[in-house]
Design a protein around this ligand. Structure first.
Ligand code: ZN
Length: 691
């Protein structure tokens, strides 16, 4: 891989890769926007999302196996099918494969072999449940919970399946936000089988329906683990009571995403004193963290309350609760009846889908999670071009320059803070497509006849790697997302912005599209991710990635004033009757959407180098820029999924994300938006963060 990278560097220097390899025609429309999707009967100033995507929205059919159809879900499925083709080809040469090639092909084959999985029945799970049943007191059960944690394989986040951590206290290892040059251990709240606490605490008709369905779901899973039929209804009700109490103790999303509130360095002695009820020595010891001096505790009052709850809840209820967690999380490696139960609730009741996603796709996603780099490398070799990477480098450079210019001229920030902000920006590392170094999975034992065991072994393989790195140098080049995942992220502790290869396709990025469209789309996404480093949470991290406030009180006050306006703007949106967007919960993403579009617009202007943008098919450059932006959110969503998004998500629903254009003056000029139009805001009410 190294040689390839060096070769690629010389292509980049030559600067001609773009012209030589660029396809002549954009993937969408004549200039990169699918104008056939537009609804010209809608005024852009009334509903800009429908103006660009409306006729598509009227005819699109959400696949029956999904709660939504988005560009991201489409690209994730495309990447999964491309990986499937690659692995199927390798499968035909299985006899000659060795090492990670053999491992991933066998891992996938085991998951795809439904007949073999069905033939084994629930036996592999029941063997683990027997260990829970053998735990004679809460300490012994806490130790079993610690062991189950070691086998849990839930990162990096994969596709559409929710994963279930086998404990109400989620422990993990990561960089210390106050010392990102070191790894440390974390404890956070967890334990819910529905998407978040609101699903338990709200009492409207939809919530009551989901709660009843969840109790039935738990009863069904207990039946599948061979609990006597006469007992399951009462046992499921008891599990529900336990989870509801956890939900009551949990912090709401707006607080649990607060970097200051969730940074609490506690010794193990603190944990035992402040959160009695759980045998922490037994739990942490079994997970391999018994020797830690301290941990970073997230939602402190919730951790204390849940520990007390653990101590007060009858042992059989705790056992049932853990059994259900294991069954849900490992459903793909269990007989079809388990998968059907898991889908019926998580996909059906919660997501509104009517059919399970194809097995092969979930199997690819799980194989990718278990051996991310092994699965991603052949995909990159086949589907990601050096020209895309070179063009992205150029885009990122222009968006960073635009952000720097904004910071340099920022009216509301004091000079010393502005200087620090610019230093932070200068220290950025963009990561595009795939990691520089590929990991090996040597030592991971994969058995082609044991999907269930493979899942656990892959979990333990990763957990042990994480444990071993505590007190070792930090690997800053490591990716937290799969290159085959269509998404992007910003890492505060590493001062990075990261764009996986699978994301860098139309409508996000198309090398053959007009630059205005690319700046409105991927340029905005780049700006969005950059902005996360300066949003309500990212702004708390310094250029070295430390959680260390570098703002003066007057800067913070000026920032708070802008944040409050944005919170109010989003609180006013009501996507479903009676259900408003939560402005505080979605604030970081709304800031990033707002700021990302502003810097992308500047970057587009920089890229024009003073020349006027051409008129293409009757559209101006500015119009194409904003249409490119709206296409990114070309999403159709079912009501149940939309509800989940509003209650538990940190992003505003897609349509309303697009409406962030109303804060940008250039959009008013581009589409002649006037007072009286529904999205019109008087200039004084437009929220401008970085100017
Ligand atoms: Zn974001």
């Amino acid at each position: 891989m190294r040689a390839y990278l060096l070769g690629f560097a010389s292509v980049l220097m030559a600067g001609s890769a773009l012209a030589q390899t660029a396809p002549a025609k954009p993937a969408w429309g004549t200039f990169g926007v699918d104008t056939a999707s537009a609804d010209p009967s809608v005024k852009p100033g009334d509903d800009f999302w429908s103006y660009v995507n409306g006729s598509w929205a009227k005819t699109v059919k959400i696949p029956s196996d999904s709660g939504a159809f988005s560009q991201v879900s489409r690209l994730n499925e495309l990447a999964a099918s491309q990986v499937r083709t690659i692995l199927d080809e390798m499968q035909t040469k299985r006899a000659s494969l060795t090492g990670d090639d053999a491992r991933m092909v066998d891992y996938l084959a085991a998951l795809n072999d439904q007949a073999a999985i069905d033939a084994r029945g629930a036996a592999p799970l029941l063997a683990d449940v027997a260990l829970l049943d053998a735990a004679r007191d809460r300490s012994a059960l806490a130790a079993e919970m610690g062991k189950a944690t070691r086998y849990w394989q839930g990162t990096p986040p994969v596709g559409r399946m929710p994963r279930y951590f086998p404990s109400p206290f989620e422990i993990g290892i990561g960089q210390d936000p106050k010392n990102p040059a070191a790894y440390t251990a974390f404890v956070a709240q967890g334990g819910l089988g529905m998407p978040n606490r609101d699903y338990y605490l709200k009492d409207d008709a939809d919530s009551a329906k989901a709660q009843a369905a969840y109790r039935d779901h738990v009863a069904r899973l207990l039946t599948l683990t061979e609990a006597p039929a006469s007992s399951v209804t009462a046992r499921a009700a008891a599990v529900y009571v336990f989870e509801r109490a956890i939900a009551q103790a949990q912090w709401p999303v707006a607080d649990s995403r607060d970097a200051d509130k969730t940074y609490n360095l506690w010794t193990i002695a603190d944990l035992k004193a402040k959160a009695p009820g759980l045998d922490w020595d037994a739990y942490l010891g079994a997970a391999g963290l018994g020797q830690r001096r301290n941990l970073i505790v997230g939602e402190t009052s919730a951790i204390s309350a849940i520990a007390k709850l653990w101590g007060d809840t009858p042992l059989p209820v705790l056992r049932d609760w853990l059994t259900v967690r294991l069954a849900k999380d490992r459903a793909m490696a269990l007989p079809k009846a388990f998968q059907d139960a898991e889908f019926a609730f998580s996909g059906g009741t919660i997501g509104g889908a009517t059919e399970a996603p194809p097995r092969w796709m979930q199997a690819i996603e799980l194989t990718g999670a278990a051996m991310t780099d092994a699965v991603s490398k052949p995909y990159i070799d086949r589907h990601f071009t050096p020209a895309t990477k070179a063009a992205m480098d150029e885009l990122v450079k222009n968006v960073l320059a635009a952000m720097d210019r904004r910071l340099a001229n920022l009216s509301w920030m004091t000079a010393p803070t502005r200087a620090k902000a610019r230093a932070k920006l200068a220290a950025f590392t963009p990561m595009i497509g795939y990691p520089d170094k590929w990991r090996s999975y040597a030592g991971l034992n994969v058995d082609r006849a044991d999907a269930y065991g493979n899942l656990k072994r892959a979990g333990a393989f990763e957990w042990d790697r994480q444990l071993a790195r505590i007190d070792q140098p930090v690997e800053r080049g490591e990716w937290w997302m799969m290159p085959i995942t269509a998404n992007a992220y910003a890492s505060a502790v590493n001062n990075q912005i990261v764009f996986p290869a699978a994301y860098l396709q139309a409508p996000h990025f198309d090398i053959a599209a007009d630059p205005a469209v690319n700046y409105g789309a991927i340029g905005y996404v780049i700006g969005h991710e950059i902005s996360h480093h300066f949003d309500d949470q990212g702004s708390k991290f310094d250029p070295q990635g430390r959680l260390n406030s570098w703002w003066t009180p007057e800067d913070l006050a000026a920032f708070d004033q802008r944040k409050a306006k944005l919170v109010a703007q989003y609180n006013a949106y009501e996507p479903l009757p009676g259900l408003h967007i939560r402005g505080a919960q979605t604030l970081g993403e709304n800031i990033a959407d707002n700021a990302g579009l502003a810097v992308a617009y500047d970057a587009y202007k920089i890229s024009l180098k003073g020349k006027p943008a051409p008129i293409i098919a009757g559209t101006t450059g500015d119009q194409r820029f904003f249409m490119g932006r709206a296409q990114v959110n070309k999403v159709a969503i079912r009501e149940a999924e939309l509800r989940k998004n509003i209650l538990s998500g940190v992003h505003s629903p897609s349509k309303f994300r697009t409406f962030s254009v109303r804060n940008h003056d250039a959009w008013y000029d581009a589409f002649d938006v006037k007072p009286g139009d529904k999205l019109y805001l008087p200039p004084a009410e437009r929220v401008k963060i970085w100017e």
